[in-house]
Design a protein around this ligand. Structure first.
Ligand code: G3P
Length: 224
């Protein structure tokens, strides 16, 4: 399981990069525009924070295959490292994906809502497909079961494309994706923290501290 951060908030990225086993960062036009700042300094700073080895997924703003390919090449050239171009599923996007395979630039096909879309994206050469879990839940569909179907479909057809589940409202959705064998998720910093939080941890730590202090006061192991 790979955990990525779905944000362009630099503080959240710095924090999660330091404290969590972060595999990369994903963005989209809505996420970028939320920061209300210039595009290049923002994405270059994200790359500087996570370094060249972690994945950085940036979404195209173009609609035609030639434009998508041009944008992907420019982004790859300027951001370097482990870079993925995110392309929404559509005919031009599929064409661009096939062209980018030739050019050696990895693709994450995004805005996936059905297993059929995911399968065609994979056949076009997408390295990741990104189904939107919570947006499906919001329309009385079942986001986790769509993720589950895609995972089963890829396994049944021996497809190497990985599932990058996205659009989460809570940690339960994320964990259910993990249970069905989903390869990766992209989540907010808040959900990342919720995944490791439990009230019993706080109680256990408080008791350890109390017992130690009763015996040794403020001394630490390093002080003996
Ligand atoms: O990056 C796409 C996906 O994460 C969108 O999430 O929360 O806007 O539905 P959300």
């Amino acid at each position: 399981m790979l955990y990525m951060l779905d944000t362009a908030d630099l503080e959240a990225i710095r924090h999660c990069n330091e404290f969590y086993p972060l595999a990369g960062v994903t963005t989209n036009p809505s996420i970028i525009s939320k920061q209300k700042t210039d595009f290049w300094p923002l994405v270059e700073e994200i790359r500087a924070i996570i370094g060249p080895d972690k994945m950085l997924h940036v979404q195209t703003t173009q609609k035609q295959a030639d434009g998508i390919v041009a944008e992907a090449k420019l982004l790859k050239e300027r951001l370097g490292g482990n870079f993925y171009i995110k392309i929404p599923i559509c005919e031009e996007g599929l064409k661009a994906t096939m062209m980018l395979k030739e050019a050696g630039i990895p693709v994450t096909m995004t805005a996936i809502f059905t297993p059929a879309q995911a399968l065609i994206a994979a056949k076009a050469g997408a390295d990741f497909v990104a189904p939107y879990v919570n947006r499906l839940d919001n329309i009385l569909s079942d986001g986790v079961s769509v993720v589950d179907d895609i995972v089963q479909l890829f396994n049944a057809h021996g497809i190497k494309t990985r599932v990058l589940a996205a659009s989460f409202k809570n940690a339960e959705q994320v964990h259910k994706c993990a249970l069905c064998g989903c390869h990766s998720v992209t989540i907010t910093g808040d959900i990342m923290k919720t995944l490791i939080s439990h009230p019993m941890v706080d109680t256990a730590l408080a008791n350890f501290d109390k017992d130690w202090k009763r015996a040794y006061g403020d001394k630490k192991i390093l002080d003996f």
